[in-house]
Design a protein around this ligand. Sequence first.
Ligand code: ZN
Length: 325
Amino acid sequence: MKEVALGIDIGGTNTKLGIVDRDGICLADTSMPTGEDSADKFLLRLYRTVDQLIMPLRDKIAIQGIGIGVPNGNYYKGTVEMPANLPWGNYTPLASWIEDHYKLPCKLTNDANAAAIGEMRFGVAKGMKNFVVITLGTGLGSGFVVDGKIAYGHDGFAGELGHVVVNPNGRMCGCGKKGCLETYVSATGIRRTVYKLLADHTEDSEMRRISFEDLDGSMITEAAMRGDVIAIEAFEYTARILGMKLADVMAILSPEAIILFGGLTRAKEYLFKPTLRYMEEFMMPIFRNKVKLLTSGLTGANTAVLGSAALIWHELDTYQTESPR
Ligand SMILES: [Zn+2]
């Protein structure tokens, strides 16, 4: 029997599941729509999907635990609290419900912290004790590893870099505040920037013919690669704000590496080059030329699931939680 962990990544749109061994090999995976259900109806569907995933492997694997990455996941309490994009209400004790159902240890955290643990265990942060993971998706998530441990803070929610203020009179954010970093630096943020630039400038751009709803991060990347001046300017603008805030992160934590993760990183040099330049420019001189700006070392379609599974491996190996019943 092979010892495996079940990794579950619950996103606003899709929920991904995978069976992952200690080396980060994903033996089987699947996904289901997260949907608009209440938490208990969602769980019933999740259990069915898990059972279907496990069924063909049931004689070959021994599941050691279940790791979950979920927006607003509270590691300390195993709860999901006030998630903006899930109609679950204010407080869902998700980990204890799943532990009761499967009689296995279950740990959850937010998706960016799961990505950070994934990088530490299977990715580019192997052997690092101090690093930061920034996830650039619909929003901006962040996981801070300090002295080999995720910084959860006193309430379990530490590391919300996406909601530090860039401009107090700036763009409206989904969290209810104005001018948060993620309203500028995220797939949604750069779309907003493109439309602002299109309105302010007269240059031709292939994106003038695309509606806001249809425009996505990969279209902006492709336009930049074709030399579209608005797309290149949008990355420059995004990178300046990101670089400025990463310089702040350096001042607070002095990490060895900052790892960018998520769809927007496919823009490669259009994002990384100006971000590194601006980060160094805004940095206090004693920190300059010390930090590595890296792209995720988790590859394949299962990166989010690898992070969630890594959470439970990390837990079992580091803290020696109760052995599976
Ligand atoms: Zn916000």
